[in-house]
Design a protein around this ligand. Structure first.
Ligand code: FDA
Length: 395
């Protein structure tokens, strides 16, 4: 016997819970089904356990999507301020860490508690720890079989996220379901992910643990991107916020350019030679870079000895190279380490106002499952809240 609901939300993550709460509080009878034993697991581990729940600089150009206009409507109708007001209403203390990133002062579990309380206010029913065994559609209703039960509703929301961090219960379920109902899927790829360097760059892999501020740049199929933040050398390649950011724009075969010492004015090496001709290049570099990195860069530049013994031409060439140091990663650390999945359910089949499938009335897709991927720093949760609110108000 099928239990009747107004809406069934598949996935109890950030987007699914917020959507269910929104619809429930508007009077809809909502069921959330999640195969994980507890909801919101990615929220709990997010932001190092403090959840970077939004970014005050949220803007559509900070998202990658097959249609750069798609996210505009939802983001405009539910802003970071709206979510901050909710966080404040729950008395959750927060702070801005850097670059507009807002984190809880305490535990990310406070955000999960907020979402569960909002769901309770909307009398949302939860079914956790039960896999979905089948979904079909007939007579204007979606029927979902799960854990020996069956529920049906005229609306079904796909909020099962993407495949990043499978050990947290992430799966490609959203794409299978979307395809089942005729939606297209943009090839999913790991994003906000460390990049790996080939053996020819072993010199840099030996710098594991060394970090420095750079401007990282890529010019890929998803546009040009430049981020000024810390980069971290790892035993497999490159990580740190600057690299995670550009990884979302990177594709195999292309390079990532690092601008070392981004505050140095053009001609700074000639000036250093004039002022301190007896100093070595390595010493000068080490004034702004970690010692081991300065050594590795000098090694690659093959410029040993005192600055006074080097020609201006050689110093100009070194300066140029330091400002455009090209790394050609041979891959990424994949979905196992990716903070998000880029690509996903194609937005050209969805309404940007309601997230409803244009050719399958009653079917909605929200959050990370959709081909909208934000920068590092709270942008992905803001998309989860905004897309969830857009769908939740339409259910
Ligand atoms: P999400 O993945 O959160 O939820 C999907 C839900 O669906 C899960 O509960 C899952 O169990 C369930 N599910 C999956 N398959 C299913 C199936 N077959 N049947 C039933 N249920 C199924 N973002 C940010 O803005 N600030 C931050 O600080 C961080 N930090 C961060 C750290 C780490 C380590 C990771 C991995 C990610 C982040 N993120 C982040 C990204 C952020 O976590 C992500 O964008 C949102 O959780 C996406 O929310 P969704 O609800 O769309 O998916």
């Amino acid at each position: 016997m099928s239990e009747a609901f107004d809406a069934i939300v598949l996935g109890g993550g950030a987007a699914g819970l917020f959507c269910a709460a929104t619809a429930g509080q508007r009077g809809a009878r909502v069921l959330v089904i999640d195969h994980a034993p507890e909801v919101g697991r990615k929220i709990i581990i997010s932001g190092g356990g403090r959840c970077n729940f939004t970014n005050i600089h949220t803007a559509p150009d900070r998202y990658i999507s097959g249609n750069r206009h798609f996210a505009k409507s939802a983001l405009a109708r539910f802003s970071p301020r709206d979510f901050i007001d909710l966080v404040d209403a729950y008395g959750i203390a927060w702070h801005e860490k850097t670059l507009g990133q807002l984190f809880c002062d305490g535990s990310a579990r406070q955000i999960v508690a907020l979402l569960l309380e909002e769901c309770a206010k909307g009398a949302v029913e939860m079914a956790c720890g039960v896999p979905v065994s089948g979904v079909d559609h007939a007579d204007g209703r979606f029927r979902v079989s799960f854990g020996g039960r069956e529920a049906s509703a005229p609306a079904l929301v796909i909020a099962t996220g993407g495949p990043s961090i499978p050990k947290m219960g992430a799966s490609s379920f959203a794409y299978d379901l979307a395809r089942q109902f005729g939606l297209k899927v943009v090839q999913p790829r790991p994003a906000l992910v460390p990049l790996t360097l080939p053996g020819t760059e072993a010199l840099f892999r030996e710098l594991s643990g060394v970090s420095t501020e750079i401007i990282a740049r890529v010019d890929g199929p998803w546009g040009k991107a430049a981020f000024r933040e810390a980069a971290l050398f790892t035993h497999r390649g490159l990580s740190g916020p600057a690299i995670l950011q550009v990884s979302s724009y990177w594709q195999r075969g292309s390079s990532v350019t690092a601008q070392f010492l981004p505050d140095r004015a053009p001609g700074w090496l000639r000036a250093a030679k004039r002022d301190r001709p007896r100093t070595s290049l390595q010493r000068v570099l080490a004034e702004g870079l970690p010692e081991r990195l300065a050594e590795a860069l000098c090694d690659r530049l093959a410029l040993a000895g005192e600055l006074g013994a080097l020609t201006d031409k050689a110093l100009d060439a070194a300066e140029q190279r330091l400002a455009h140091w090209a790394f050609v990663p041979d891959g990424s650390e994949g979905f196992a380490k990716a903070e998000v999945t880029a690509g996903g359910i194609a937005v050209d089949g969805l309404s940007s106002r309601t997230m409803e499938a244009t050719k399958m009335p009653g079917l909605y897709a929200i959050g990370e499952a959709v081909d909208v991927t934000g920068w590092l720093g709270g942008y992905n949760f803001q998309w989860a809240w905004a897309s969830a609110r857009a769908a939740g108000e339409a259910l």
